[in-house]
Design a protein around this ligand. Structure first.
Ligand SMILES: NC(=O)c1ccc[n+]([C@@H]2O[C@H](COP(=O)([O-])OP(=O)(O)OC[C@H]3O[C@@H](n4cnc5c(N)ncnc54)[C@H](O)[C@@H]3O)[C@@H](O)[C@H]2O)c1
Length: 317
């Protein structure tokens, strides 16, 4: 097996993917611009501590730098691409649409173009459950229409799927797009609700609970997501889109109660209305991923949160 380029390798899902690949003896190259959308110290720690036992090249460049990426493809004779770099926050995309367009669309196009030029054997990339927008039909299936995004972020992810389809169609690039459903776990993203809740509950501050805690999410534990990413990398498909979720949707209020129980502290709640761009319910139909990838998530929300809180307490001492 040749070298795998992991974009967003210092990110939450990228660092866990890198770890799994390195553990199985694969050669990787990581590209990440370590931007400060959230505190970049955790990105540094993912590389130096979480992945500290391994030696691999880390390139601190943007995926918008086409010439820089071109040199990396040539230098390491990249064989597979696992494209996880993105501007990833739904709410932030409404305030900063241009960065989302630049990184998620232009950056993805750069990688597709270079994958075509370098005869990449498999291009796996991160899409998102947010492409389902206000879909009312549950669970969400890959066959459902996704033409009504409700955030700029969702529109950029849908655009990535479309661009990737073009590169498959024109150049026979093998492409797999993964629609991740609310991923959580150790070394997670500090901008996500579960992480902020934990921090605030521990410091006695009130937590902002949107939609009065009534919205539902298909929270998916990081190790299960990584199973699906690795399964996709190992088995190229012509062009496929897969939902990767836990397929067990829970109410936000219940999720908070699990965090409270694990911390042994009751949260002070600021109950707020639904935010613009937010969707009320996400719920993955994973029949296709199960059948074609062997994807089979196993981690309950209770166990996943326990693992996260244990990591959090250890990381922040
Ligand atoms: N975490 C989730 O719940 C979730 C859900 C759906 C989809 N996704 C998608 O999965 C992927 C990984 O998400 P994550 O949660 O690990 O987010 P993350 O922000 O932790 O990781 C993304 C990484 O990409 C890097 N990056 C951003 N812009 C870049 C640029 N221009 N050049 C190079 N690197 C850049 C960031 O520095 C970061 O380290 C993203 O594409 C995201 O949209 C995540």
């Amino acid at each position: 097996m040749g070298t795998t380029l992991v974009t967003g390798g210092a990110g939450f899902i990228g660092s866990h993917t890198s770890k799994r690949l390195l553990e199985s003896g694969e050669s990787i190259v990581c590209v990440d611009d370590f931007n400060d959308y959230y505190d970049p110290r955790i990105k540094e720690d993912r590389i130096s501590k979480f992945l500290g036992d391994y030696t691999f090249p880390v390139h601190r460049i943007s995926i918008c730098d086409f010439e820089g990426l071109k040199k990396i493809f040539k230098k390491y004779k990249i064989d597979r691409v696992c494209h996880l770099a993105a501007r990833a926050g739904v709410r932030a995309s409404i305030n900063d649409p241009f960065s989302y367009q630049e990184v998620n669309i232009q950056g993805t196009l750069n990688l597709l173009e270079l994958s075509k030029d370098n005869d990449i054997s498999n291009f796996v990339f991160a899409s998102s459950s947010s492409v389902y927008g206000g879909n009312r039909k549950v669970p969400f299936s890959e066959n459902d229409p996704v033409d009504s995004p409700v955030s700029v972020y969702a529109a950029t992810k849908k655009s990535s799927e479309l661009l990737a389809h073009v590169y498959h169609n024109l150049y026979k690039l093998n492409v797999t797009g993964l629609r991740f459903f609310t991923v959580y776990g150790p070394f997670g993203r500090p901008d996500m609700a579960y992480y902020k809740f934990t921090k605030k509950i521990l410091s006695g501050e009130p937590i902002d609970v949107y939609n009065h805690g009534k919205h539902q999410r298909d929270f998916t534990y990081i190790d299960d997501i990584i199973d699906g990413v690795i399964q996709s990398l190992e088995k190229p498909h012509d062009y496929e889109i897969f939902n990767l979720g836990n397929s067990q949707t829970v109410e936000l209020e219940y999720f908070i109660s699990v965090i409270e129980k694990e911390l042994g502290i009751e949260a002070k709640r600021n109950l707020l209305p639904l935010q613009p761009g937010d969707v009320v319910k996400t719920y993955a139909d994973i029949t296709k991923a199960n059948k074609m990838l062997g994807f089979n998530p196993k981690t309950s929300v209770e166990l996943g949160i326990k693992n996260f809180i244990n990591w959090y307490k250890d990381y922040y001492k």
